[in-house]
Design a binder for this molecule. Structure first.
Ligand SMILES: Cc1cc2nc3c(=O)[nH]c(=O)nc-3n(C[C@H](O)[C@H](O)[C@H](O)COP(=O)(O)OP(=O)(O)OC[C@H]3O[C@@H](n4cnc5c(N)ncnc54)[C@H](O)[C@@H]3O)c2cc1C
Length: 379
Protein backbone atom coordinates (compact mmCIF):
# COMPACT_ATOMS: atom_id res chain seq x y z
CA UNK A 1 0.00 0.00 0.00
CA UNK A 2 1.71 3.19 -1.20
CA UNK A 3 1.06 5.77 1.49
CA UNK A 4 2.06 9.41 1.48
CA UNK A 5 1.92 11.57 4.61
CA UNK A 6 1.93 15.32 3.95
CA UNK A 7 3.42 17.48 6.71
CA UNK A 8 5.46 16.62 9.80
CA UNK A 9 3.60 18.82 12.24
CA UNK A 10 1.79 17.54 15.33
CA UNK A 11 -0.63 15.48 13.25
CA UNK A 12 1.58 14.16 10.43
CA UNK A 13 4.50 13.32 12.69
CA UNK A 14 2.20 11.47 15.10
CA UNK A 15 0.98 9.35 12.16
CA UNK A 16 4.53 8.56 11.02
CA UNK A 17 5.87 7.67 14.46
CA UNK A 18 2.99 5.24 15.04
CA UNK A 19 3.91 3.17 11.98
CA UNK A 20 6.01 0.00 11.93
CA UNK A 21 7.73 -1.61 8.94
CA UNK A 22 5.37 -4.01 7.13
CA UNK A 23 5.94 -5.85 3.81
CA UNK A 24 2.71 -4.40 2.36
CA UNK A 25 3.36 -0.84 3.49
CA UNK A 26 5.49 1.70 1.61
CA UNK A 27 5.32 5.09 3.35
CA UNK A 28 6.87 8.46 2.49
CA UNK A 29 6.57 11.54 4.69
CA UNK A 30 6.81 14.76 2.63
CA UNK A 31 7.73 17.90 4.58
CA UNK A 32 9.32 21.22 3.63
CA UNK A 33 11.62 21.44 6.67
CA UNK A 34 14.18 18.89 7.91
CA UNK A 35 12.83 19.48 11.40
CA UNK A 36 9.58 19.36 13.40
CA UNK A 37 8.57 22.68 14.95
CA UNK A 38 7.09 22.79 18.44
CA UNK A 39 4.61 25.40 17.26
CA UNK A 40 3.12 25.66 20.75
CA UNK A 41 6.42 27.20 21.90
CA UNK A 42 6.97 29.71 19.09
CA UNK A 43 6.21 32.62 21.43
CA UNK A 44 9.23 31.58 23.54
CA UNK A 45 11.44 31.56 20.43
CA UNK A 46 10.07 35.00 19.46
CA UNK A 47 11.04 36.52 22.81
CA UNK A 48 14.06 34.50 23.95
CA UNK A 49 15.35 32.61 20.88
CA UNK A 50 14.52 29.31 22.65
CA UNK A 51 15.20 26.24 20.50
CA UNK A 52 11.82 24.97 19.35
CA UNK A 53 12.70 22.48 16.62
CA UNK A 54 13.91 18.90 16.53
CA UNK A 55 15.45 17.09 13.51
CA UNK A 56 13.02 14.71 11.82
CA UNK A 57 15.29 11.95 10.52
CA UNK A 58 16.15 10.38 13.92
CA UNK A 59 12.46 10.38 14.92
CA UNK A 60 11.60 8.16 11.95
CA UNK A 61 14.09 5.40 12.78
CA UNK A 62 12.36 2.07 13.22
CA UNK A 63 9.13 3.25 11.57
CA UNK A 64 9.93 2.21 7.99
CA UNK A 65 8.90 5.73 6.87
CA UNK A 66 11.05 7.51 4.25
CA UNK A 67 11.45 11.28 4.57
CA UNK A 68 11.36 13.46 1.45
CA UNK A 69 12.06 17.17 1.84
CA UNK A 70 9.94 19.11 -0.63
CA UNK A 71 7.49 21.98 -0.82
CA UNK A 72 4.08 20.61 -1.79
CA UNK A 73 2.35 22.82 -4.34
CA UNK A 74 -0.85 20.90 -5.10
CA UNK A 75 -2.80 17.95 -3.79
CA UNK A 76 -5.28 16.62 -6.36
CA UNK A 77 -7.63 14.03 -4.95
CA UNK A 78 -9.35 13.35 -8.28
CA UNK A 79 -6.11 12.36 -10.08
CA UNK A 80 -4.53 11.03 -6.84
CA UNK A 81 -1.45 13.20 -7.38
CA UNK A 82 0.66 15.31 -5.06
CA UNK A 83 2.86 17.86 -6.85
CA UNK A 84 5.97 19.46 -5.37
CA UNK A 85 8.09 22.48 -6.28
CA UNK A 86 11.09 21.32 -8.33
CA UNK A 87 10.55 17.80 -6.98
CA UNK A 88 8.70 14.59 -7.76
CA UNK A 89 4.97 14.14 -8.30
CA UNK A 90 3.66 11.45 -5.97
CA UNK A 91 0.85 8.97 -6.60
CA UNK A 92 -0.70 7.10 -3.74
CA UNK A 93 -3.07 4.39 -2.60
CA UNK A 94 -3.54 6.08 0.78
CA UNK A 95 -2.95 9.74 1.58
CA UNK A 96 -2.71 11.55 4.90
CA UNK A 97 -3.02 15.34 4.69
CA UNK A 98 -1.64 17.24 7.70
CA UNK A 99 -0.41 20.55 6.32
CA UNK A 100 -1.73 22.70 9.17
CA UNK A 101 -3.14 26.21 8.98
CA UNK A 102 -2.14 29.69 7.86
CA UNK A 103 -2.85 33.09 9.38
CA UNK A 104 -6.24 34.56 8.51
CA UNK A 105 -5.93 38.32 8.02
CA UNK A 106 -9.69 38.62 7.35
CA UNK A 107 -8.95 41.03 4.46
CA UNK A 108 -8.38 43.85 6.94
CA UNK A 109 -6.85 46.61 4.77
CA UNK A 110 -3.04 46.68 4.99
CA UNK A 111 -2.83 43.91 7.59
CA UNK A 112 -1.37 41.05 5.52
CA UNK A 113 1.14 43.46 3.96
CA UNK A 114 2.29 45.11 7.18
CA UNK A 115 1.86 42.68 10.06
CA UNK A 116 4.20 39.93 11.16
CA UNK A 117 2.62 36.63 12.19
CA UNK A 118 3.60 33.76 14.47
CA UNK A 119 3.15 30.49 12.62
CA UNK A 120 6.67 29.37 11.72
CA UNK A 121 10.19 29.57 13.02
CA UNK A 122 11.06 32.41 10.63
CA UNK A 123 8.22 34.49 12.13
CA UNK A 124 9.63 33.97 15.63
CA UNK A 125 13.11 34.92 14.39
CA UNK A 126 11.74 38.11 12.82
CA UNK A 127 10.17 39.19 16.13
CA UNK A 128 13.27 38.25 18.13
CA UNK A 129 15.48 40.30 15.78
CA UNK A 130 13.12 43.27 16.03
CA UNK A 131 13.30 43.38 19.83
CA UNK A 132 17.10 43.18 19.72
CA UNK A 133 17.23 45.94 17.13
CA UNK A 134 15.12 48.41 19.11
CA UNK A 135 17.47 47.96 22.07
CA UNK A 136 20.50 48.97 19.97
CA UNK A 137 21.89 52.21 21.42
CA UNK A 138 21.56 54.04 18.06
CA UNK A 139 17.99 52.93 17.26
CA UNK A 140 15.76 55.79 16.13
CA UNK A 141 11.97 55.60 15.70
CA UNK A 142 8.90 54.16 17.38
CA UNK A 143 9.78 50.95 19.28
CA UNK A 144 6.27 49.96 20.44
CA UNK A 145 4.61 46.67 19.52
CA UNK A 146 0.93 46.13 18.71
CA UNK A 147 -0.29 42.54 18.89
CA UNK A 148 -3.72 41.94 17.33
CA UNK A 149 -5.73 39.02 18.70
CA UNK A 150 -5.98 38.10 22.39
CA UNK A 151 -6.41 34.36 22.05
CA UNK A 152 -3.87 31.85 23.29
CA UNK A 153 -1.11 32.85 20.85
CA UNK A 154 -1.50 36.60 21.35
CA UNK A 155 -1.57 36.39 25.15
CA UNK A 156 1.38 33.99 25.35
CA UNK A 157 3.35 36.21 22.99
CA UNK A 158 2.74 39.54 24.78
CA UNK A 159 3.69 38.12 28.18
CA UNK A 160 6.98 36.64 26.90
CA UNK A 161 7.74 39.89 25.07
CA UNK A 162 6.99 41.90 28.20
CA UNK A 163 9.44 39.79 30.18
CA UNK A 164 12.19 40.23 27.62
CA UNK A 165 11.39 43.95 27.41
CA UNK A 166 11.79 44.27 31.18
CA UNK A 167 15.09 42.42 31.33
CA UNK A 168 16.64 44.22 28.32
CA UNK A 169 15.51 47.56 29.70
CA UNK A 170 17.21 46.88 33.03
CA UNK A 171 20.36 45.46 31.44
CA UNK A 172 20.81 48.29 28.90
CA UNK A 173 19.43 51.24 30.87
CA UNK A 174 16.99 52.04 28.05
CA UNK A 175 13.27 52.65 28.79
CA UNK A 176 11.00 49.73 27.87
CA UNK A 177 8.82 49.94 24.78
CA UNK A 178 5.05 49.79 25.07
CA UNK A 179 3.03 46.67 24.22
CA UNK A 180 -0.61 46.91 23.12
CA UNK A 181 -2.90 43.90 22.91
CA UNK A 182 -5.85 44.67 20.63
CA UNK A 183 -8.91 42.43 20.64
CA UNK A 184 -12.28 42.95 18.91
CA UNK A 185 -14.11 40.65 21.32
CA UNK A 186 -15.16 41.70 24.83
CA UNK A 187 -12.45 39.70 26.65
CA UNK A 188 -9.03 38.12 26.32
CA UNK A 189 -8.71 34.31 26.19
CA UNK A 190 -12.34 33.50 25.34
CA UNK A 191 -11.65 29.75 25.70
CA UNK A 192 -10.95 29.81 29.44
CA UNK A 193 -13.34 30.54 32.28
CA UNK A 194 -13.96 33.95 33.78
CA UNK A 195 -11.95 33.55 37.00
CA UNK A 196 -8.83 32.30 35.18
CA UNK A 197 -9.24 35.04 32.61
CA UNK A 198 -9.31 37.67 35.34
CA UNK A 199 -6.04 36.27 36.75
CA UNK A 200 -4.47 36.33 33.29
CA UNK A 201 -5.62 39.92 32.76
CA UNK A 202 -4.06 40.99 36.05
CA UNK A 203 -0.72 39.44 35.03
CA UNK A 204 -0.83 41.31 31.72
CA UNK A 205 -1.65 44.62 33.41
CA UNK A 206 1.13 44.10 35.97
CA UNK A 207 3.53 43.79 33.05
CA UNK A 208 2.27 47.18 31.83
CA UNK A 209 0.62 45.72 28.73
CA UNK A 210 -2.24 47.92 27.48
CA UNK A 211 -5.23 45.63 26.90
CA UNK A 212 -7.66 47.01 24.33
CA UNK A 213 -10.61 44.62 24.32
CA UNK A 214 -13.69 45.64 22.33
CA UNK A 215 -11.35 47.37 19.88
CA UNK A 216 -11.67 46.22 16.28
CA UNK A 217 -8.55 46.49 14.17
CA UNK A 218 -9.70 48.27 10.99
CA UNK A 219 -6.52 49.02 9.08
CA UNK A 220 -2.75 48.72 9.26
CA UNK A 221 0.10 50.68 7.71
CA UNK A 222 3.83 49.96 8.09
CA UNK A 223 3.88 52.21 11.18
CA UNK A 224 0.39 52.18 12.70
CA UNK A 225 -2.93 50.48 13.21
CA UNK A 226 -6.34 52.07 13.26
CA UNK A 227 -8.82 50.57 15.70
CA UNK A 228 -12.48 51.22 16.22
CA UNK A 229 -12.96 51.61 19.95
CA UNK A 230 -15.86 50.18 21.94
CA UNK A 231 -17.69 53.54 21.71
CA UNK A 232 -17.31 53.69 17.92
CA UNK A 233 -14.41 56.18 17.80
CA UNK A 234 -11.34 55.66 15.65
CA UNK A 235 -7.97 55.57 17.34
CA UNK A 236 -4.59 55.41 15.62
CA UNK A 237 -1.82 53.58 17.47
CA UNK A 238 1.69 54.18 16.17
CA UNK A 239 4.06 51.24 16.44
CA UNK A 240 7.39 49.94 15.21
CA UNK A 241 6.03 46.42 14.87
CA UNK A 242 2.55 45.04 14.24
CA UNK A 243 1.93 41.34 14.88
CA UNK A 244 -1.34 39.62 13.96
CA UNK A 245 -2.38 36.49 15.88
CA UNK A 246 -6.11 37.06 15.47
CA UNK A 247 -7.12 34.05 13.40
CA UNK A 248 -6.18 31.01 11.38
CA UNK A 249 -7.63 29.12 8.44
CA UNK A 250 -6.86 25.68 7.03
CA UNK A 251 -4.12 25.60 4.40
CA UNK A 252 -5.91 25.78 1.04
CA UNK A 253 -3.95 23.31 -1.07
CA UNK A 254 -6.32 20.40 -1.71
CA UNK A 255 -8.11 20.29 -5.09
CA UNK A 256 -11.10 17.97 -5.33
CA UNK A 257 -14.56 17.90 -6.86
CA UNK A 258 -16.28 16.40 -3.84
CA UNK A 259 -14.95 17.77 -0.59
CA UNK A 260 -17.04 19.72 1.87
CA UNK A 261 -15.45 22.53 3.82
CA UNK A 262 -16.61 24.05 7.09
CA UNK A 263 -15.64 27.15 9.08
CA UNK A 264 -12.06 28.25 8.50
CA UNK A 265 -11.86 26.18 5.31
CA UNK A 266 -11.41 22.97 7.32
CA UNK A 267 -12.17 19.79 5.38
CA UNK A 268 -15.11 17.75 6.67
CA UNK A 269 -14.08 14.21 7.63
CA UNK A 270 -15.94 11.12 8.81
CA UNK A 271 -15.60 9.29 12.11
CA UNK A 272 -12.30 7.71 10.97
CA UNK A 273 -10.97 11.11 9.81
CA UNK A 274 -11.36 10.26 6.11
CA UNK A 275 -13.01 12.43 3.45
CA UNK A 276 -16.39 10.74 2.81
CA UNK A 277 -16.09 10.90 -1.02
CA UNK A 278 -12.39 9.91 -0.92
CA UNK A 279 -12.07 7.15 1.70
CA UNK A 280 -8.40 6.65 0.77
CA UNK A 281 -7.66 10.17 2.11
CA UNK A 282 -7.26 10.99 5.81
CA UNK A 283 -7.16 14.64 6.91
CA UNK A 284 -5.65 15.36 10.33
CA UNK A 285 -4.84 18.36 12.52
CA UNK A 286 -5.76 21.97 11.79
CA UNK A 287 -6.91 21.17 8.22
CA UNK A 288 -9.49 18.67 9.40
CA UNK A 289 -13.03 19.34 10.58
CA UNK A 290 -13.75 16.46 12.93
CA UNK A 291 -16.68 16.58 15.32
CA UNK A 292 -16.69 15.84 19.03
CA UNK A 293 -19.25 13.73 20.93
CA UNK A 294 -21.59 16.75 21.06
CA UNK A 295 -21.37 17.25 17.27
CA UNK A 296 -19.23 20.40 17.67
CA UNK A 297 -15.99 21.00 15.68
CA UNK A 298 -12.91 19.73 17.51
CA UNK A 299 -10.64 22.71 18.35
CA UNK A 300 -7.56 23.34 16.22
CA UNK A 301 -4.94 22.49 18.82
CA UNK A 302 -1.73 20.49 18.99
CA UNK A 303 -3.39 18.27 21.56
CA UNK A 304 -6.13 17.19 19.14
CA UNK A 305 -3.78 17.09 16.12
CA UNK A 306 -1.59 14.61 18.02
CA UNK A 307 -4.58 12.45 18.99
CA UNK A 308 -5.82 12.38 15.39
CA UNK A 309 -2.35 11.54 14.10
CA UNK A 310 -1.84 8.69 16.55
CA UNK A 311 -5.23 7.20 15.72
CA UNK A 312 -4.56 7.48 11.98
CA UNK A 313 -1.16 5.81 12.35
CA UNK A 314 -2.86 2.93 14.20
CA UNK A 315 -5.62 2.81 11.58
CA UNK A 316 -3.11 2.54 8.72
CA UNK A 317 -1.52 -0.43 10.51
CA UNK A 318 -5.03 -1.90 10.89
CA UNK A 319 -5.66 -1.40 7.15
CA UNK A 320 -2.56 -3.36 6.14
CA UNK A 321 -3.53 -6.14 8.56
CA UNK A 322 -7.05 -6.20 7.07
CA UNK A 323 -8.67 -5.10 10.34
CA UNK A 324 -11.55 -2.65 10.84
CA UNK A 325 -10.65 1.00 11.46
CA UNK A 326 -11.32 2.62 14.83
CA UNK A 327 -13.29 5.89 15.09
CA UNK A 328 -11.85 9.11 16.49
CA UNK A 329 -12.99 9.87 20.02
CA UNK A 330 -11.62 13.33 20.88
CA UNK A 331 -10.63 14.08 24.41
CA UNK A 332 -9.56 17.44 25.84
CA UNK A 333 -7.24 16.70 28.73
CA UNK A 334 -6.86 20.33 29.75
CA UNK A 335 -5.90 23.76 28.46
CA UNK A 336 -3.04 25.86 29.76
CA UNK A 337 -1.90 29.34 28.81
CA UNK A 338 1.61 30.38 29.72
CA UNK A 339 1.96 33.94 30.98
CA UNK A 340 5.71 34.37 30.88
CA UNK A 341 8.36 32.76 33.05
CA UNK A 342 6.91 30.32 35.57
CA UNK A 343 3.39 31.77 35.42
CA UNK A 344 0.45 30.08 33.71
CA UNK A 345 -3.29 29.54 34.09
CA UNK A 346 -5.50 26.72 32.92
CA UNK A 347 -7.46 23.66 33.81
CA UNK A 348 -7.03 19.91 33.72
CA UNK A 349 -9.62 17.23 33.30
CA UNK A 350 -10.41 15.08 36.34
CA UNK A 351 -12.38 11.82 36.42
CA UNK A 352 -16.17 12.15 35.91
CA UNK A 353 -15.62 15.17 33.64
CA UNK A 354 -14.68 17.49 36.52
CA UNK A 355 -12.30 20.35 35.74
CA UNK A 356 -9.54 21.44 38.09
CA UNK A 357 -8.53 25.09 37.67
CA UNK A 358 -4.85 25.79 38.24
CA UNK A 359 -2.79 28.99 38.33
CA UNK A 360 0.83 29.93 38.91
CA UNK A 361 3.73 27.48 39.10
CA UNK A 362 1.55 24.37 39.12
CA UNK A 363 -0.22 25.43 35.93
CA UNK A 364 3.18 26.15 34.40
CA UNK A 365 4.34 22.62 35.28
CA UNK A 366 1.17 21.16 33.70
CA UNK A 367 1.78 23.15 30.53
CA UNK A 368 5.37 21.89 30.39
CA UNK A 369 4.17 18.34 31.12
CA UNK A 370 1.95 18.39 28.04
CA UNK A 371 4.97 19.42 25.95
CA UNK A 372 7.12 16.67 27.49
CA UNK A 373 4.34 14.14 26.81
CA UNK A 374 4.29 15.16 23.17
CA UNK A 375 8.06 14.87 22.90
CA UNK A 376 8.05 11.46 24.55
CA UNK A 377 5.33 10.26 22.18
CA UNK A 378 7.40 11.02 19.05
CA UNK A 379 10.81 9.94 20.31
C1 LIG B 1 2.31 30.42 19.18
C2 LIG B 1 1.34 29.27 19.22
C3 LIG B 1 1.03 28.69 20.44
C4 LIG B 1 0.17 27.58 20.47
N1 LIG B 1 -0.07 27.00 21.68
C5 LIG B 1 -0.80 25.88 21.74
C6 LIG B 1 -1.00 25.22 22.98
O1 LIG B 1 -0.52 25.68 24.02
N2 LIG B 1 -1.72 24.06 22.98
C7 LIG B 1 -2.23 23.52 21.83
O2 LIG B 1 -2.83 22.42 21.90
N3 LIG B 1 -2.09 24.13 20.64
C8 LIG B 1 -1.39 25.30 20.55
N4 LIG B 1 -1.22 25.93 19.36
C9 LIG B 1 -1.88 25.39 18.14
C10 LIG B 1 -1.08 24.23 17.53
O3 LIG B 1 0.26 24.59 17.36
C11 LIG B 1 -1.70 23.78 16.20
O4 LIG B 1 -3.05 23.45 16.41
C12 LIG B 1 -0.94 22.55 15.67
O5 LIG B 1 0.38 22.93 15.30
C13 LIG B 1 -1.64 21.94 14.46
O6 LIG B 1 -0.94 20.79 14.06
P1 LIG B 1 -0.90 20.36 12.52
O7 LIG B 1 -0.11 19.09 12.46
O8 LIG B 1 -2.26 20.39 11.92
O9 LIG B 1 -0.10 21.53 11.78
P2 LIG B 1 1.39 22.02 12.01
O10 LIG B 1 1.91 21.62 13.34
O11 LIG B 1 1.39 23.46 11.67
O12 LIG B 1 2.21 21.21 10.90
C14 LIG B 1 2.07 21.42 9.52
C15 LIG B 1 3.34 20.89 8.86
O13 LIG B 1 3.17 20.95 7.44
C16 LIG B 1 4.34 21.50 6.86
N5 LIG B 1 3.94 22.15 5.62
C17 LIG B 1 3.01 23.12 5.48
N6 LIG B 1 2.89 23.46 4.20
C18 LIG B 1 3.75 22.70 3.50
C19 LIG B 1 4.06 22.57 2.13
N7 LIG B 1 3.44 23.32 1.19
N8 LIG B 1 5.00 21.66 1.74
C20 LIG B 1 5.62 20.89 2.67
N9 LIG B 1 5.36 20.95 3.99
C21 LIG B 1 4.42 21.85 4.41
C22 LIG B 1 4.86 22.48 7.88
O14 LIG B 1 6.25 22.76 7.69
C23 LIG B 1 4.57 21.73 9.19
O15 LIG B 1 5.64 20.90 9.55
C24 LIG B 1 -0.39 27.06 19.27
C25 LIG B 1 -0.08 27.66 18.04
C26 LIG B 1 0.78 28.75 18.01
C27 LIG B 1 1.10 29.37 16.67
Amino acid sequence: MKTIILGAGYAGLAVATKLKPHPDLDVTLVEQNPYHTFETRLHEAAAHNTKVTVPLAPLLRGTGVKLDLAVITEVNLDTREVKTKDGPTYQYDTLVVGLGSVTNFYRIPGLAENAAELKELKDADEIFDYVNRVYDAGYVGNRDIVVGGAGLTGVELVTELAQRNESLSKARGIPPFKIYLVEAGPAILPVIDVALRAKAEKVLRDYGIEILTGNRLMQATPTSVTVQTADGQQRIIEAGKIIWTGGIQARDIVKAQNTEKGPGGRIVVDAELRIPAYPEVFVVGDMSLALNQQGKPVPTTAQHAGQQGRLTGDNIMRMVRGEALQPYVPSTLGEFVSLGGLMAVGWMKLPWNQKLALTGGLAHVMKRASEWRWRASIE
